[in-house]
Write a protein that binds this ligand. Structure first.
Ligand SMILES: Nc1ncnc2c1ncn2[C@@H]1O[C@H](COP(=O)(O)OP(=O)(O)O)[C@@H](O)[C@H]1O
Ligand SMILES: [Mg+2]
Length: 465
């Protein structure tokens, strides 16, 4: 088998040096923010936003050039709309757009090495211009000799080595920041690492898509509305994934949706329902529900693609998460705190303080607001009170899978904000989750500590919000 050209040693070294430069800049910036918050340094808001923006510009430049994990980190940060100024998130959002395609010779060679034959032999037609180029690989359209339209996802040659540099530098940065922040950020790093390493194995991705397709098929409503491309296993290897091609448009292409007469709100509802099914019933979910991964086909069905980032939640943590959501929907601070103990997130000694925190966030003034209402609220006092309470928690840990779970929820919420603004999250999530909680879908949800919470009469979510 011929070897594939990947990044050279000097280019990897260069990558490491540029990343180190970014980390040092981020550190300096962070320290200045901390010092000025404590009144030890005079630094105007305008100046701090300008410095953050300059850092974001550098970051985006490096990410577009180096691809790999940097794009993922940037995309994640661009979603943190509530903590970063819009100048910065707008800059980072550029990473949602596509990056430059990889040299086609290297891509064709990657396919030949993985599948053992050239594209000329494998396909009747193969489009050399990619449908999309992204962080870890790019996607090409082709037609097989028996006339099937397929999409080939091809991992960039040598990307594994580049990603290992990115991960080493990210770990270094997190190790450094850990000296300054209260929470241990290492679990966040570990989940990011596992997720990116998993994304570079297309066999794993293909299997995940089949498992999720089978899970969603148990709900006939969803099966009729959600489409997941089938896998062509004969043309799938670790670095090349061949699947059914979905003819359609992105769900956020409002002009195309209007032209075809497809109702966007309705489809956002189906997507939310599919994600609730994965996240609350199956405990195995797609973690990347941004508009780029959600298509609408010619018949108006929703096509879900890109299962590289997926996560499984252990049944006991899942049961605790369900109770946690139930507690939020029914505004039960006591159940809320107990569910976190069951999830392994806090120790029982912190129950009283977490209960107070929950009561604070269940305050009608702050509860279940639309994004628009949040924007009009003065949240200064709320954050200050929350911060004081958070400082008292002694035992906080992140259970495995929670980072990705939160990521999926955040993205889903961002999708609703973008495509169906004015939506009240609990009105969308609540009733569907209630079905699982009420119907006792999983026996473990009604055992031991959870019995009290589940046997109470559960109010209709839409009335309690
Ligand atoms: N099965 C498919 N049918 C049609 N287009 C696809 C298919 N799979 C991927 N694409 C196109 O390629 C893009 C990138 O694919 P995706 O799986 O999301 O890769 P990445 O992990 O790089 O985001 C998608 O946004 C979509 O435009
Ligand atoms: Mg994608």
């Amino acid at each position: 088998m011929s070897r594939i050209a990947g990044p050279s040693f000097t280019s990897l070294l260069h990558r490491a040096v540029v990343l180190l430069g970014l980390i040092v800049r981020a550190f300096v910036l962070y320290l200045r923010v901390v010092l000025s918050n404590r009144g030890w340094l005079r630094w105007s808001d305008a100046a701090s936003v300008a410095s953050l923006h300059a850092l974001a510009v550098r970051f985006v430049r490096a990410a577009v050039r180096f691809k790999g994990a940097l794009i993922k980190v940037g995309q994640m940060a661009s979603l943190r709309i509530e903590i970063l100024p819009s100048e910065v998130t707008d800059e980072l959002a550029k990473l949602q757009d596509r990056v430059d395609p990889h040299p086609s010779g290297e891509i064709l060679q990657q396919i030949r090495v993985e599948l053992g034959q050239s594209v000329e032999d494998l396909f009747e037609t193969f489009s050399i211009v990619p449908l999309a180029a992204a962080s870890l690989g790019q996607v090409h359209r082709a037609r097989t000799h028996d006339g099937r339209e397929v999409a080939l996802k091809v991992l960039y040659p040598g990307i594994e080595r580049s990603v290992s540099i990115d991960l080493a530098m990210t770990k270094l940065a997190i190790w450094g920041f850990n000296f300054f922040v209260v929470a241990d950020l290492m679990p966040v790093y570990r989940e990011l690492r596992d997720s990116i390493l998993g994304e570079m194995d297309y066999i794993r991705e293909a299997k995940a898509s089949e498992e999720i397709a089978a899970n969603l098929a148990t709900d006939p409503d969803l099966a009729a509305r959600i489409r997941i491309p089938s896998i062509d296993w004969s043309l799938t290897r670790k670095r090349v994934l061949t699947m059914e091609y979905i003819e359609g448009v992105k769900i956020n292409d409002s002009a195309a949706m209007a032209e075809r007469g497809f109702d966007v709100d309705e489809r956002v509802g189906w997507v939310s329902r599919a994600f609730c099914h994965m996240m609350f019933r199956d405990g195995f979910f797609h973690c990347d529900p941004h508009p780029g991964n959600i298509m609408v086909d010619t018949e108006g069905r929703v096509g879900l693609i890109d299962f590289g980032m997926n996560q499984r939640i252990e049944p006991d943590v899942l049961a605790a998460l369900r109770r946690n959501v139930l507690a939020s929907v029914t505004r039960d601070a006591d159940l809320y705190a107990r569910s976190l103990v069951e999830a392994g997130a806090i120790d029982p000694c912190d129950v009283p303080i977490v209960k107070e925190l929950a009561e604070l966030s269940f305050d009608p003034a702050y509860y279940n607001l639309t994004p628009q209402e949040v924007a009009n609220l003065d949240l200064g006092e709320y954050f200050e009170r929350t911060r004081q309470q958070l400082k008292k928690i002694r035992s906080f840990r992140l259970p495995v899978g929670i980072v990705m779970w939160s990521r999926a929820i955040t993205l889903l919420y961002a999708l609703m904000v973008e495509l169906a603004p004015g939506i009240r999250p609990l009105e969308v999530f609540g009733p569907y989750v209630m079905e699982f909680l009420r119907g006792g879908e999983k026996p473990e949800a009604a055992t031991e500590n959870g019995t009290k919470g589940l046997n109470r009469s559960i109010p209709d979510a839409s009335k309690s919000v």
